[in-house]
Design a protein around this ligand. Structure first.
Ligand code: SIN
Length: 311
């Protein structure tokens, strides 16, 4: 059976990708499976400069294990150090590499993209993280606004000079994710990734204090609890913008979860939080998706994409 897919013009041999923030900056997951067998590895978001991230504790299990709060705060070595120290080992695995970028301003994003433009070949795409809830208490959620999103995407596309496709990573914490997706596409995004974590907060009732080191700023909620929110976002964006490629992410723990996002309109899915519980989750989801297709007489996963819309 054919599990190949395309995201815009980018052909991938498998529709299951490792989500940003859950596979490290390099080849960490290679100890658990063949990274080249996945659609791609999206590395943890990088800024132009190194950044230390937020104080510990940075992660907290919640909702009876069905969700996780994180406030990592985008710790990373910066694009230049990543290109020198992490990218070669990741490329040596044969993985298709997607670099995720973050910034506090349009200029920050541009600077990071310029460094990527100067990097050697072998970066398949650039995912622009417009939606991290953990920067200065969520004050840099560009993806809450269509115009802010378009400003960032336009600069990144320009800085990359057309060399690499740009994906915009969006949040459901906005009045209309469809409008934001449309603005990102208009500004040059080849795809949108739906969705990042949702804004959350946890309180330790015994200590009467916050569970995360970020304190009142809280963190991002991820895992199976947010899966229906991701399905809704993918569904609504695909319905309104059927020609725009959508990558679905949010609480994917099984092949059936992946099928659901594909039916809603995703061309590919990312596995994130599940990897923390099971570092082989990406490969298991891909195997389960393949088995599901065979059991249901689906010859190509492309048959599934957007099928719930009846087009
Ligand atoms: C983080 O490092 O805080 C998570 C990144 C994100 O949610 O975009």
């Amino acid at each position: 059976m054919d599990v190949g897919t395309t995201i815009g013009a980018l052909a991938l041999p498998c529709p299951v990708l490792a989500a940003s923030g859950t596979a490290g900056h390099g080849a960490e997951l290679a100890a658990y499976g063949d990274l080249a067998a996945l659609g791609a590895v999206v590395v943890k978001s990088l800024a132009a400069e190194p950044w230390t991230g937020n104080p510990a504790p940075r992660v907290h299990g919640t909702a009876g294990g069905a969700a996780m709060l994180n406030s990592v705060g985008l710790q990373g070595p910066g694009v230049e150090a990543w290109v020198a120290d992490e990218l070669p080992a990741l490329q040596a695995t044969g993985a298709r590499v997607v670099v995720s970028l973050w910034g506090r301003s349009v200029g920050d994003f541009r600077k990071a993209a310029e460094l990527v433009a100067a990097a050697p070949d072998g970066i398949a795409a650039v995912e622009v993280n417009l939606s991290c809830p953990n920067l200065d208490g969520g004050r840099h959620l560009f993806a809450q606004s269509p115009s802010d999103s378009a400003d960032v995407i336009g600069e990144v596309v320009d800085a990359l000079g057309g060399g690499r496709p740009v994906w915009a990573k969006l949040t459901a914490v906005t009045a209309s994710i469809v409008e934001v997706a449309g603005a990102a596409a208009e500004a040059g995004a080849a795809a949108v990734t739906c969705i990042n974590t949702l804004l959350g907060l946890g309180i330790d009732v015994e200590r009467r204090s916050y569970v995360l080191g970020s304190g009142p700023a809280g963190g991002g909620l991820s895992g199976p609890a947010i899966h229906p929110v991701a399905v809704r976002a993918v569904h609504d964006v695909h319905r309104a913008l059927p020609d725009l490629a959508v990558i679905g992410v949010g609480g994917v723990v099984s092949g059936v979860d992946a099928v659901e996002l594909l039916l809603a309109g995703a061309s590919a899915v990312q596995v994130g939080t599940a990897t923390f519980a099971d570092p082989r989750a990406c490969w298991r989801v891909a195997d389960e998706l393949r088995s599901w297709c065979m059991e249901h007489g689906v010859a190509s996963v492309r048959e599934l994409i957007g099928a719930v819309h009846g087009r």
